[in-house]
Write a new protein. Structure first.
Length: 346
């Protein structure tokens, strides 16, 4: 089997991108590191992939556009790391990423950006789409012009996508409801609030729906008193949660089911009344701090790095080799993490 850049990178202890630059004598690599990489390549009898060179030099656009509502949302930091890792592994094929990060869930803004993206005729598109028929029409137009579309962490009906990559939002909502259900006896009337990013984002909406469905089926004593939407913004989240605590001083719990969690937690830390039970999603640093401090009971995580990696890998395999994904839904496993999971890694 032919030796790959990935194998050389593993032996040299560097990234695939560093190996690629060293092998092609490009700048940006320490001379000693470059020398070591070339020695390893010679030892392993590395031969440049002629197919890769042909593809890279074919003149075709191999730019993959990434459009995420990720500005200000710490969750996406790991998603982007996974994307970059996958892109580096395909760099010898001429693959590159053009990443556009938006803040909030403004459908007019997303439509305007998509129209500009359409003009550039990208080789593929990875997007967190807003639930709107106009967005679906634009994405279908891109897909019909042979630009495979992958939806990341949000999925829409009637979309001609290559696949969806993300978590089981509905299921994670059910898990959160079950966790709250275990905290209170069935004869105790309980009020819980939900803090979402935007119900225009299909994943956030599905989490709320899964949460409500589980309560209706198994925990009728728990009622949702408020569903707040913070646009994944920490400042807005802090304001909304501060008002929530004032309006419901005996609130039993809050389910943070999207971004803006750090701001919401800050409001709770400054609250002088009884502290509600908190369940969150993801595993950002503010959430880890909340678990350590016993402010958060549990968090539901969804492998953001793997999401990013799989999204780029899947679209690259389609663009370069015509390889279809085994499934149109690549679902991440939902995992519950407690304070002790965090302490065991510190």
């Amino acid at each position: 089997m032919a030796v790959t850049i990935k194998q050389i990178a593993a032996e040299a202890g560097v990234s695939c991108g560093t190996v690629d630059r060293a092998l092609h004598h490009r700048p940006g690599v320490n001379p000693e590191v470059a020398s070591r990489i070339l020695q390893i390549a010679e030892k392993l009898q590395y031969q440049p992939n002629t197919l890769a060179k042909a593809l890279a030099n074919s003149g075709k656009n191999r730019k993959i556009t990434v459009l995420l509502h990720a500005r200000g949302n710490a969750f996406y930091q790991e998603v982007l790391k996974g994307m970059e890792t996958a892109a580096q592994q395909y760099s010898e094929y001429g693959i590159s990423l053009d990443t556009i990060l938006l803040k909030g869930y403004d459908v007019v803004k997303q439509i305007a950006v998509l129209k500009e993206i359409e003009k550039t005729a990208p080789a593929g598109l990875i997007i967190t789409p807003i639930n709107d028929a106009r967005v679906v029409n634009l994405l279908n137009r891109l897909s019909d012009h042979h630009a495979p579309v992958i939806t990341l962490n949000a999925d829409l009906k009637d979309l001609h996508k290559l696949c969806y990559v993300g978590c089981d939002y509905y299921g994670s909502g059910q898990i959160a409801a079950a966790l709250f259900g275990m905290m209170f006896p069935l004869n105790q009337h309980v009020q819980i609030a939900i803090v979402a990013g935007s119900l225009r984002q299909s994943g956030h909406k599905q989490r709320v729906e899964g949460f409500q469905a589980a309560l209706d089926e198994d925990f009728p004593n728990i009622q949702i008193c408020e569903i707040l939407q913070n646009d994944d913004d920490d400042v807005l989240s802090e304001q909304l949660v501060k008002k929530l605590l004032t309006d419901y001083p005996d609130l039993c719990g809050i389910f943070f089911c999207a971004g803006g969690i750090a701001g919401g937690l800050n409001a709770i830390r400054h609250w002088t009344g009884p502290t509600p039970h908190i369940i969150t999603v993801d595993e950002t640093e503010p959430i880890k701090d909340g678990l350590r401090d016993r402010l958060i009971v549990a968090t539901i995580v969804q492998s953001p790095y793997e999401q990013g990696f799989q999204a780029v890998k899947t679209v690259c395999d389609k663009i370069l080799f015509g390889k279809e994904p085994h499934n149109t839904n690549i679902i991440m496993h939902s995992e519950i993490k407690l304070r002790y999971h965090i302490l065991s890694h510190t």
